[in-house]
Write a protein that binds this ligand. Structure first.
Ligand SMILES: NC(=O)c1ccc[n+]([C@@H]2O[C@H](COP(=O)([O-])OP(=O)(O)OC[C@H]3O[C@@H](n4cnc5c(N)ncnc54)[C@H](OP(=O)(O)O)[C@@H]3O)[C@@H](O)[C@H]2O)c1
Length: 266
C-alpha cells in the first residue's frame, strides 16, 4: 500500500492504524500521523512505530490522507495541510460533514471519500458506509476499501443515503446497548440479581449476534422462528413485543436519527 497520512490520532485513527498494521499490508514507516494540541499522535507513534509530523507537513509524502479529527475541528485545519491535499485521495470520517464541504476544503483532491463508521470500528467490528466524489478508479476503490476495512465491514452507498446510514448503523450500537440494558432490568424485575442479569443480557446479545454472523444467508426472522416453538416461552414473550409494536418504535427511532443527521448536515 502507498504511504498514508492521518490528520487526528484519536480513537478512530488509532483503530484504523492498528487494524492496518495487523494486516501486514503496510509498514509503520509508511504511515504518518498528526494531532492537535494534546499528545495523541506521539502516543500512537510510541505504541505502533508510525511517524509523527506537524499538520502542515503530514500529507507531504502520502497518497491517501485520512481526516480523523472531530468535525468541529475542520475549520481549524492548517492551511498548509489543506493545500497539500492537491492531487491526493482524501478519506474523511468526520460525522455529518458532506462531500460538498469537504470539496470546498480540498478543491483539487483527486478523490474525496465521505465515510460513516460506527463505534464497534474501534475494535475492528464496525461497518462503514461511504460515498465518493468523483467515482473512484479501480485502484483508489481498492485502497479505500482496504483503509476503511481496518474498522470492519465496508459498503459503498450514494451520498443521500448516508443520513439513513447514520440513523441505522451510526447510531445503532446505542440502540443495542439500550436494548441490552433493558433486558438486564427486565431480568432483575423477575428476581435475578443485577450481576446475574447483566451477565445473561450481555451474553445473550453477543451470542445472538454471533449466530447471525455465522449464518449470513439466514434472515433474523428465520433465526427467531427457530427458537420459537408453538405455545412455548419465547412465543409468549414475542407476543408482547408484537403487541407493544417494537418494530414501529424502531422505525420511529431510526427516522428521528436520520432526520437529525439531515438537520446537522444542512
Ligand atoms: N468514535 C466513533 O466511534 C466514531 C464513529 C463515527 C464517526 N466518528 C468520527 O471520527 C472522527 C474522530 O473521532 P474520535 O472519536 O477518534 O475523536 P478523538 O479521539 O477526539 O480524536 C480526534 C483527534 O483529532 C486531533 N486534532 C484536534 N485538532 C486538530 C487539528 N486542528 N489538526 C489536526 N488534528 C487535530 C486530536 O488531537 P489531540 O487530541 O492530540 O489534540 C485527536 O487526535 C470524528 O470526526 C467523528 O465524527 C467517530
Amino acid at each position: 500500500m502507498k504511504p498514508l497520512a492521518f490528520v487526528g490520532a484519536g480513537r478512530m485513527a488509532s483503530a484504523m492504524v492498528e487494524g492496518l498494521l495487523r494486516t501486514d499490508k503496510i509498514a509503520p514507516g509508511a504511515i504518518t500521523v498528526c494531532g492537535g494540541a494534546d499528545p495523541t499522535a506521539r502516543q500512537l507513534s510510541e505504541r505502533t512505530g508510525v511517524k509523527v509530523a506537524e499538520p502542515e507537513t503530514v500529507a507531504d509524502g502520502a497518497d491517501f490522507v485520512i481526516l480523523a479529527c472531530k468535525p468541529q475541528q475542520l475549520p481549524d485545519l492548517d492551511p498548509g495541510l489543506l493545500a497539500a491535499l492537491d492531487g491526493k485521495a482524501v478519506i474523511s470520517i468526520l460525522a455529518g460533514v458532506p462531500l460538498r464541504k469537504l470539496r470546498t476544503a480540498a478543491p483539487r483532491a483527486r478523490l474525496i471519500v465521505r465515510a460513516m463508521p460506527n463505534t464497534p470500528g474501534q475494535i475492528g467490528a464496525g461497518i462503514t458506509a461511504y460515498a465518493t466524489d468523483p467515482e473512484p478508479n479501480d485502484e483508489d476503490a481498492r485502497v479505500t476499501a482496504e483503509v476503511l476495512g481496518a474498522l470492519g465491514e465496508v459498503i459503498a452507498v450514494a451520498e443521500p443515503d448516508l443520513d439513513a446510514v447514520t440513523g441505522l448503523s451510526g447510531s445503532g450500537p446505542a440502540y443495542v446497548f439500550e436494548f441490552t440494558a433493558a433486558l438486564r432490568e427486565a431480568g432483575i424485575a423477575q428476581g435475578l440479581s443485577r450481576r446475574v442479569a447483566d451477565r445473561l443480557a450481555r451474553a445473550t446479545v453477543l451470542g445472538a449476534a454471533k449466530l447471525m454472523h455465522a449464518a449470513p444467508q439466514t434472515t433474523p426472522e428465520e433465526q427467531r422462528d427457530r427458537v420459537t416453538s408453538p405455545g412455548g416461552t419465547t412465543e409468549a414473550g414475542l407476543r408482547v413485543l408484537a403487541a407493544r409494536d417494537l418494530r414501529a418504535a424502531l422505525k420511529e427511532t431510526v427516522a428521528a436519527a436520520t432526520r437529525r443527521s439531515r438537520e446537522l448536515g444542512a
